[in-house]
Design a protein around this ligand. Sequence first.
Ligand SMILES: [Zn+2]
Length: 153
Amino acid sequence: MKTTEASRKPIKSLDDALARCQELGMRVSRQRRYILELLWEKKEHLSAREIYDLLNQQGKEIGHTSVYQNLDALSAGEIIECVERSDGRLYGNISDSHSHVNCLDTNQIIDLRIELPPELLQKIEVETGVKITDYRIDFFGYKNSAPAKGTEQ
Ligand SMILES: [Zn+2]
């Protein structure tokens, strides 16, 4: 049914990302390559502002508008990840389904690949009548509160 989805292999490297641009008929401009290189180098979730600052710090000249336009095009093509947060959008290098651990104290988002036990998925399917084909889970917690904290004697 969803042939485009099925025939598409996940992007596992910067080269895959560049190849996907070409498949989609997107021109790989210098600026577009800068953004992809940065996201694959940092492997973090960054705002457009942070991407702009980091690239310019590296001496790579790119304008605000170009950063925004390229991020829009790359996320629309599902070449990069776009996370909607209350304080704005963040962009990451992993475009296929994955889960996130959200640190509430540091605001950091850690990428995580987990597989739920088949029994749990089955339970969800029975409960909802929906055949689960994909999932993304958001975990929330505090990095600074290690479980051992305060238990030393
Ligand atoms: Zn992510």
